[in-house]
Design a protein around this ligand. Sequence first.
Ligand SMILES: [Zn+2]
Length: 290
Amino acid sequence: MDELALALRRWLVRWGQSPSMLVIEMHETPERDEALFRRQLEWAARHFTLVDLVTFARWWREYGANPRAVSKSKPPLLFTFDDGRLNNYTVAAPVLESFGTRGVFFVVPQFVQCNPQEARQFYYSRIDTRRLPPSLPEEETRSMTPQQIADLSRRGHSVGNHTYSHVNLRTLPESQLHHEIVDSAAQIAAWTGQPVDAFAWTFSWDSITPRAWKLIQQHHRFCFAPCPGSVDCRADSHHLIWRTEVEVVYPPSDFRFMYAGLADPLWRSKRELLRATLEDAPTPQSTHDL
Ligand SMILES: [Zn+2]
């Protein structure tokens, strides 16, 4: 069924006027699941072109200018990882590199600055907020270090901003927005020596406000939403890029379902609501071009 869905997707992309691209949102990539991650990437690489953020932006521009200019049989696919987990550095980054691609790693400066004990406390109070009894081994609740973040950037990965302390921007007092968005980007840039192009907000698809979103776009070229959907590079904005969550532990039937976009229709009303609440609000001039 998933092969049929992919064929249908390719047909729609080829004949339709909406060239699409896909962004995957992942979280933990522990060593014990490395083989699963490789198997998923092998499948993804057969159906998509794995790209880094720079190539993703270039294809978007080229698609936008001339939808026929780029082959659409293997649409671009970008991998992103949330929370700056240590196992994203030790497992996800080298596996992506072995497939000839690079990812986007959204880090949380306050998490980065925790010692291992503080990190565990931070993880179970700020990142995994389900209030379940802590069950992960200690090394799986740790963040990358500033040195590892700088190393990722040197190796061609992108390091993005995921708020300073993993807050929910929808409920955050407005007086703290600058710290959580702008100071966070400045801290990450100090570690990498590079501008921070990408932002991904935390928690759910609607954990955002127009005011927070405007501040994000004044300081970042790309804003990623935790809301599934194919990216339509002629209709969508690079300040509101859909991301489809797929984890390394998903069985093949589940991840193929998600990659094929079969969950997209279920999220359509949420994408429309986000567009209506964010894009319809008056926006300041962005300081960045795509
Ligand atoms: Zn997160």
